[in-house]
Design a protein around this ligand. Structure first.
Ligand SMILES: [Zn+2]
Ligand SMILES: [Zn+2]
Length: 146
């Protein structure tokens, strides 16, 4: 029988080049897909898939010096997003918002191992920009804007 509680679980992740390695402790506050224009641009895909965490849950193990940031000032909400990425390979690493200091956002695509495969969103943001070819997902709450 395994005795660890969900909040003591540690999952790890890394950028494409492997220069940045991180660990997340405990469960995310929320798991979301975002269909907004900015998330499409930054990912090069049609949405991002993000975990919302408290800052203390994320621990950058290696590669802190490789992290570069881009201040995204053209956000629909009017907030400024600080998008951190690896300056070697370009992978997104984490995002903070000027309006939500207690939240840090980590893209689930950089998770490694079993956690990456079983990650599932609970909510979808900006569904007014949702791409038509995407099938409906079961169990997500769809928000038109957010
Ligand atoms: Zn990298
Ligand atoms: Zn977005």
């Amino acid at each position: 029988m395994h005795l660890s509680t969900p909040n003591s679980e540690v999952v790890s992740g890394s950028c494409l080049c492997g220069g940045i390695q991180y660990e997340i402790t405990g469960q995310p506050m929320k798991r979301i897909l975002c269909h907004c224009d900015n998330c499409r641009k930054v990912s090069g895909s049609c949405f991002t898939a993000n975990s919302f965490l408290t800052p203390s849950q994320l621990h950058i193990k290696t590669g802190e010096s490789l992290i570069q940031s881009y201040k995204d000032t053209k956000v629909a909400s009017g907030n400024v997003l600080n998008r951190r990425f690896c300056r070697v390979c370009g992978s997104p690493v984490y995002i903070t918002s000027s309006a939500h200091e207690g939240t840090i956002v980590v893209p689930s695509g950089t998770l490694d191992g079993e956690e990456a495969r079983t990650w599932k969103p609970e909510e979808e943001f900006f569904c007014k920009s949702r791409r038509e070819y995407l099938p409906a997902l079961e169990g997500t709450k769809r928000l038109v804007t957010h």
